[in-house]
Write a protein that binds this ligand. Structure first.
Ligand SMILES: CCCCCCCCCCC/C=C/C(=O)SCCNC(=O)CCNC(=O)[C@H](O)C(C)(C)COP(=O)(O)OP(=O)(O)OC[C@H]1O[C@@H](n2cnc3c(N)ncnc32)[C@H](O)[C@@H]1OP(=O)(O)O
Length: 332
């Protein structure tokens, strides 16, 4: 039996029996299944996937249980879909700090894929159910003292998360209700619009250098596309975590609101974005992001190998262990 395409999963109509196209041939080249979006290699989603739903939410596809369409939650993410507006909210609820573990990332991708495949959904708001924390970024324990196979699996999941959010045809809004370092910041930067709670105690930024590690090129590209070369260069080198008011000044986030207004404001901004014809907005988004997405898609395996050799270095392991120790001392 040949292995199946890496994109094959429970979202595919032919799951659990892979159709011929979902199975990898002897060349090991993934063959996308034309009948099912979930088997298409990740990246910019084919525009035909989204319904021409301008001005109203499209109908629920037949066969999907209504309850599933309205709310589902596995473990670490609560997903609610308001069918009347076509807007879903994905609420991170993985205590203590919503760190992006392999399990979290897997659940995230499955949840987003479910929404993508639901014709009733046109926009997603990402937010947190954990007070004061949006996400603490990649789970550092996934990068410490593990096997190379584990590093490869973990990094593929991080890539997958970014490809899905950055390449998503739906409108994505980050409602940042707490601190958001590194990988947490990347999630927000990958959305179309960022609203943050107006609290200087909450900070956001790509602080990798502070851990003695380096933000990969696609983190950097995403950051540059939001704030521009100069601000990104300075902020990245310094590993800066910007308090909310500074993040607004630098353009890391688009606006600040009082905490109690955050969800209401996110819904209002979403309504503005959804008022545009889907096809025009989607083509424009794809045009703006394609080069950056294609860069990772065409260097994906190389990027995994870079991550493995970088992370496996004893000096990097030492830096990560010391950082975790510092966090533990601070918390305990
Ligand atoms: C040539 C180039 C090649 C490039 C190759 C690639 C190189 C690798 C690139 C990797 C990119 C990495 C991206 C990342 O996201 S790294 C993670 C960065 N995150 C952080 O720095 C955040 C750290 N956390 C904090 O600052 C605080 O915890 C936070 C402000 C988020 C919350 O503070 P609070 O006081 O509320 O909570 P505590 O600090 O007490 O934390 C509670 C417990 O949670 C643990 N914790 C926190 N963050 C993480 C994390 N990211 N991963 C795992 N665990 C985390 C913390 O240790 C506490 O645990 P204990 O209760 O057991 O002490």
């Amino acid at each position: 039996m040949f292995p199946v395409s890496p994109n094959y999963g429970s979202g595919c109509p032919c799951f659990p029996t892979p159709c011929a196209q979902a199975v990898l041939g002897s060349t090991s080249t993934p063959v996308p299944c034309p009948a099912l979006p979930a088997c298409v290699p990740p990246g910019v989603l084919p525009l035909s996937r989204r319904p021409p739903a301008w001005g109203r939410a499209a109908r629920q596809p037949p066969g999907l249980p209504l309850a599933l369409a309205r709310a589902f939650s596995n473990n670490k993410i609560l997903v609610e879909l308001d069918e009347s507006s076509g807007v879903a909210t994905m609420k991170f609820k993985s205590p203590p700090v919503n760190s992006l573990s392999l399990d979290f990332l897997t659940e995230f991708c499955i949840s987003l894929e479910k929404l993508e495949n639901n014709r009733a959904c046109r926009g997603v708001i990402l937010t947190s159910a954990i007070p004061k924390i949006f996400s603490s970024g990649l789970d550092i324990t996934e990068m410490c003292g593990k096997s190379t196979e584990h590093y490869a699996e973990f990094w593929r999941a991080v890539q997958e998360m970014w490809l899905r959010v950055y390449g998503c045809n739906m409108v994505m809004i980050a409602a940042v209700n707490g601190s958001s370092p590194a990988g947490g910041c990347l999630i927000a930067l990958s959305c179309d619009y960022r609203i943050m709670v107006d609290n200087p105690k909450f900070s956001i930024g790509l602080n990798e250098t502070q851990l003695g590690i380096v933000a990969p090129f696609w983190f950097k590209d995403t950051f540059v596309n939001v704030v521009g070369q100069r601000i990104a260069e300075r902020s990245l080198q310094l590993g800066a975590l910007h308090p909310a008011p500074e993040a607004l000044k630098l353009g890391v986030v688009d606006e600040l609101v009082p905490e109690e207004k955050l969800q209401e404001r996110a819904a209002a901004v979403m309504a503005q974005w959804l008022a545009l014809p889907d096809h025009a907005r989607q083509i424009t988004k794809s045009m703006m992001r394609k080069t950056v997405l294609d860069r990772l898609i065409s260097h994906r395996e190389e990027d995994i190998q870079h991550f493995i050799s970088f992370t496996s270095k004893e000096s990097i392991q030492k830096s990560l262990r010391m950082y975790m120790e510092m966090l533990r001392k601070k918390s305990g």
